[in-house]
Design a protein around this ligand. Structure first.
Ligand code: SAH
Length: 505
């Protein structure tokens, strides 16, 4: 039985512009054959077990020639596989989707087409340029800019095109810009017609250059404007200043490293991206089972009913504890009458999937805040269990013991440097590619410093954004200079703190 090939539009760059249908077929793909322009995060929609084959094309540098790509699709489908052929933008807009589908048809392979948001419309939209407009444009055309306009036999009817269509969008046209604009003017398009180039549209690194048909080629040459970009010609470009919405976001243009664990990074990344930042996820820490063993935690689990309180100081602690509890063939009911305290809102939320609600969440999300919130609730005879990381501060158990409680601190997990990211981090620092580095824990700070082996001088241009005062103090003690600290100790507070800092800059 033959499989099937889905020729799928990946959208122009922002991976969230993938269609629901595209996401659905990716979710059950056996093989993903993908291009240069697709965001690597799109691949995360495919099962981890799916075979992912890069056939990207970078201008003249074809990794796999087109006929071999088609052969590959046919071969994989003949093995009975579900193949997703992911293409930038829309597969039928200068995407060779036509050729691939014809070959699949000839080979007797079932296929489906999943349209995508084309860069011809998506990139202008993110630059605040509508391709049609009731007052400015009643028609638009998408044109290849790849063809050398000076060649005698052109497939483009320049004489008709230049003035017949209100908005012209050229793809693959950056190199031919002087010739394209010449051709337009020679065929009657006025030199003062507004024009724009949008590079890497819909991505946080989007760049826009505006001018007129008469001067844009010169302007682009002067600033060495590089592909990939769409070139837009028409009156619709003029009102851009009042229609910008993406490149005016507060964190637009800022490159921010997210150093928390791979599992936790996306929640912060999403908030920063919403504010327009470009995020680079480079976890400096990873969570592992306890370095010693589970002896203390296992003993505590065996006597869970002895505890009056369970205190969780991180979402990692919650997940590690319940994983171990489930390993003992137990579930939340084993907690019995014990009350629950969580250090902050995220930790409290992490209890919810286990059917639990925190009895206490302090208003200040730190060990000191938690101890203060617990003090009036303790009578001095309680038994308290704190499952957490080994290297955590002793302030919480020490304070609770001072209140008279008997406190067991058990290692539930361990935080280790994510050494696999050391090189990537060094590379980013060397290329001065980071404006801001975010830290949501002191251990992330310490690992960052040990992995990068960077001196504080080498880091002096970077702003370090910390989730709270403890993390900020760790930065200070390491000699870091530009430190900003969230007012509320959550990822939301952290994102807001970076926004407020940027607005003041
Ligand atoms: N099928 C794609 C186009 C492929 S041709 C689509 O529908 O978008 C490749 C050209 O698309 C590039 O040379 C460039 O002109 C344009 N392009 C693709 N992604 C782009 C982006 N994010 N920003 C600007 N132009 C882009």
């Amino acid at each position: 039985m033959n499989g099937i090939v889905y020729l799928t539009g990946a959208g122009p760059g922002d991976y969230r512009l993938l269609t629901l249908r595209g996401k659905e077929v990716l979710g059950r793909a056996d093989v993903v054959v993908y291009d240069y322009l697709a965001d690597s995060r799109l691949l995360e929609f495919a099962p981890p077990t799916a075979e992912k084959i890069y056939v990207g094309k970078k201008a003249a540098n074809h990794t796999l020639p087109q006929d071999q790509i088609s052969e590959l699709l046919v071969a994989k489908a003949k093995e009975g596989k579900t193949v997703v052929r992911l293409k930038g933008g829309d597969p039928f807009v200068f995407g060779r989707g036509g050729e691939e589908s014809r070959l699949l048809h000839d080979a007797g392979i079932p296929f489906e087409i999943i349209p995508g948001v084309t860069s011809a419309i998506g990139a202008p939209a993110y630059a605040g340029i509508p391709v049609t407009d009731r007052t400015a444009a009643s028609s638009f055309a998408v044109v290849t800019g790849h063809e050398d306009p000076t060649k005698a036999e052109s497939s483009i009817h320049w004489d008709k095109l230049a003035t017949a269509v209100d908005t012209l969008v050229f793809l693959m046209g950056v190199h031919n810009l002087p010739a394209i604009t010449e051709k337009l003017m020679a065929n009657g398009r006025p030199a003062d017609t507004p024009a724009a180039l949008v590079r890497w549209g819909t991505k946080p690194v989007q760049e826009t250059l505006t001018g007129t048909v008469g001067d844009i080629a010169e302007k682009a040459a002067a600033c060495q404007f590089k592909p990939p970009a769409v070139f837009i010609v028409g009156d619709v470009v003029a009102p851009r200043p009042s229609m910008q919405w993406f490149d005016t976001k507060p964190l637009f243009g800022l490159s921010i490293a997210v150093t928390r664990t791979h599992a936790q990074a996306p929640a912060l990344t999403q908030q920063l991206e919403e504010l327009g930042a470009r995020c680079l996820e480079v976890p400096t820490i990873r969570i592992t089972p306890p370095t010693d063993d589970y002896e203390a935690l296992d003993a505590a689990i065996d006597h869970l009913s002895d505890y009056d309180w369970l205190i969780f100081t991180s979402t990692n602690g919650v997940d590690a504890f319940f994983r171990r509890l489930h390993g003992h063939q137990l579930d939340s009911r084993a907690l019995g009458k014990a009350k629950l305290a969580a250090i902050g809102s995220a930790t409290a939320k992490a209890l919810e999937p286990y059917g639990l609600t925190a009895d206490v969440v302090p208003s200040a999300y730190c060990a000191e805040g938690l101890a203060a919130a617990l003090e009036p609730l303790l009578n001095g005879r309680e038994r308290i269990l704190i499952p957490r990381a080994k290297e955590a501060r002793s302030i919480l158990p020490d304070t609770l013991r001072r209140y008279g409680a008997s406190v067991d601190v058990c290692e539930a997990y361990c935080t280790l440097p994510a050494s696999e990211n050391g090189e990537a981090l060094k590379d980013l620092l060397q290329h001065k590619a980071l404006d801001v580095v975010t830290f949501t824990s002191s251990s992330a700070v310490r690992s960052f410093l040990s992995l990068t082996e960077a001196s504080s001088e080498a880091l002096q241009d970077i702003t370090f954004a910390c989730i709270g005062p403890i993390t900020a103090r760790t930065c200070q003690e390491a000699g870091l200079k530009k430190i900003i600290t969230a007012k509320t100790y959550t990822t939301k507070g952290l994102a807001e703190c970076i926004r407020d800092w940027r607005l003041k800059e």
